[in-house]
Structures are given as structure tokens and as C-alpha cells.
Design a protein around this ligand. Sequence first.
Ligand code: CO8
Length: 263
Amino acid sequence: DVTFENILVEIVGSGDRKTGLIRLNRPKQLNALSDPLMDELGRALLAFDADDGIGCIVLTGSERAFAAGADIPTMAPHTFMSAFKSGLISKNWETILQVRKPVIGAVAGFALGGGCELAMMCDFIIAADTARFGQPEIKLGIIPGAGGTQRLPRAVSKSKAMDMLLTARMMDAAEAERAGLVSRVVPADQLMSEALAAAETINGFSGPSTMLIKELVNLAYQGPLTDGVAVERRYFHALFGSDDQREGMDAFLAKRAPSFKHR
Ligand code: CO8
């Protein structure tokens, strides 16, 4: 069994498929995303993705901070050459994008800089009413380095993204919900129960359906609309070859609960 120093990992849930829960855990640094932390996060995500007993993953931080950004003391001494040659903390920043199962971000407190970027790499974000999002890199004389200038405008519109990136102001949870950055806002003491309930719902569905929805929604953001719609139609047809389609529709017609086979 692997032990982690910068994250806490747990398997939760009551169904036959469970939820992989990952908590970022560097409380003294407000979960600043150091290289060792991102390394552990990458390993934990891939292990849950490979585990047939896990249906989806919840990624969270603490009450005070999801993550206050990349680790500033580590970045501070770099030069262009050292940043370029070492790939400056980039090694594990995109591992989360390789995960095929749904990843829910459960955000309370600060999600700033790399923390906001990591949250945006989750498939959807449920926010506590204490959540605050921002891309304050400009205050450090840099710019976002893990997709902030690309994902934020797609999530909240060009105008709001420019405002946040250029002024470094933070968005509270209500504004984040209005802007579409998060899917729901809940009272802070209900954040984990809400996120885990959403995960439990997803765990009950057919695994291939959840993986395909994730792949296709991401395609909607990455490629031309016509390509996305064409690929969607192909997979839609393909699922009529699956036992779970037969079971799901038979169960509906028989007015009983479905029992999906593919997990
Ligand atoms: N890195 C390291 N330590 C941090 C970070 C951070 N990003 N943020 C906070 N901390 C530490 C503080 O230094 C402090 O430590 P100590 O107690 O030892 O002094 C502790 O956490 C608590 O912080 P504060 O005392 O400042 O707490 P406040 O409540 O007063 O303020 C804030 C909270 C507003 C979150 C404040 O700490 C802050 O502004 N932090 C910096 C936020 C920031 O600028 N984030 C962006 C960093 S740059 C970035 O993320 C680039 C990502 C690039 C990814 C590239 C991948 C390839």
C-alpha cells in the first residue's frame, strides 16, 4: 500500500462501485501545489482510474483552501533557462486529464492560480459558499501556466476571464455559479455530502456511458462542433450493442430499477 505525504486518499460509498476521495493536504501552505504533491495526486488519480471498484473520483482540499496556487517558494528562484529545461513543475499537472472516469472538484475556500486551474481540470465543480476563485498570477509578475488563460474564458466568458486575469480579483461562489464556473453552490458544511452524493449517483450508472459522456463533453470544448456531434452520433449508435442499453430500457419499460453490468 502506498502512503502519501501531501494528500489523503480514501475509498467511500455503499454501493458495489465506490468513490475514490482525494484530499489535498498541505494545510500550512493552504494546499500549495508543490511538485511532490502533484506527483502523489497523479499517482492516486491513475490508481483510482485503473480500479474497477471505483466509479468516480472526488477531489477536494480543506475548509480554508482547495489550493492557493502552485508553490511560490519553489518557483521563485527559477530563471527562464531553468524553468524551460526542467519543464517547471509541469510533469504531473495534466495527469488528471488522462483520467477516463468522472472527476468532481469539491471546492471550499481559496482556489487560486494553479488551484483554480486544477479545479477547472475537474469535470465539474461543486462549490461551498465559502469558495473563492482567482487567477492572481499577474500580481507575481507572471501569467497562468496550467491552462488558466484558456479554460477560464471557456468557463466564464471572455469579459469575466479578462477581468479576473488582468485585475487579479477573486470571484465568490455566487458569482462563480452565475458565470457558469461551478455547477452548484452549497452551504460549506454540506459540501462533502453533496459531492459524495453526486458521485454515488454516477457510480450507479453504466461505466462506459459515464466515460463516453466525459470524453464527448471534453471534445465539445476542444474541437469543432460538427466533429463533436458526428463522433457523438457514432457512439450513440454503438451503445445499442451494449447489455446496459438493453437493461436500462427494459427496466424503464418494466417500471423497475436497472441493474447495470458494465462498471
Ligand atoms: N505557495 C506557497 N505557500 C503559500 C501559497 C502558495 N501559492 N499561498 C499561501 N501560502 C502560504 C503562505 O505563505 C502562508 O505561509 P506562512 O504561514 O508560513 O507565512 C500560509 O500559506 C498562509 O497564507 P497567508 O498567511 O497569506 O493567509 P491569508 O489568509 O492572509 O491569505 C491568500 C490567503 C490570499 C490565499 C494568500 O496566501 C495568497 O495570496 N497566496 C498566494 C496566491 C497566489 O498568488 N497564487 C498563485 C500562485 S502562481 C501559480 O499558481 C501559477 C501556476 C502555474 C502552474 C504551472 C504548471 C506547469
